[in-house]
Design a protein around this ligand. Structure first.
Ligand code: FES
Length: 99
C-alpha cells in the first residue's frame, strides 16, 4: 500500500485495493485498515476524524465512532461492525491481506 512514512499519523487515507475501497490509519507505528464504508449508511469513513488517544475513527455523517483495531461500533447510530484487515510491515512497507 506504500511506505509507512508515506502516511501521516492520525489522518485517514482512502485507497482502493483490488477494487475494494479501504481506509488506512496510522497511529505511531501501528497501521489499521478497514472498509471505507460506514456500517450505518454508505458513507466513507475516510472523510471523518481520528481520535488517536482512543484509537477510534468517527463517521462524519452522523457521528458514529468505530474502533480502528476491531471495526466495532463504539457509539450510535451504528450498531454493526466495519470489516478490518490484517496489516503487516515489511522493511517499512505496509501490506494488507485481503480475503
Ligand atoms: S452514515 Fe455513518 S453514522 Fe450514519
Amino acid at each position: 500500500m506504500g511506505l509507512l512514512s508515506d502516511f501521516a499519523e492520525g489522518v485517514p487515507h482512502a485507497c482502493t485495493v483490488d477494487g475494494r475501497r479501504l481506509v488506512l490509519v496510522r497511529i505511531e507505528n501501528d497501521v489499521y485498515v478497514l472498509d471505507d464504508r460506514c456500517s450505518h449508511e454508505d458513507f466513507p469513513l475516510s472523510a471523518g476524524d481520528v481520535d488517536t488517544s482512543t484509537g477510534e475513527i468517527e463517521c462524519e455523517r452522523h457521528g458514529a465512532m468505530f474502533a480502528l483495531s476491531t471495526g466495532a461500533p463504539m457509539s450510535l447510530p451504528a450498531t454493526r461492525p466495519v470489516a478490518t484487515y490484517e496489516v503487516s510491515l515489511v522493511e517499512g512497507r505496509v501490506w494488507v491481506e485481503l480475503p
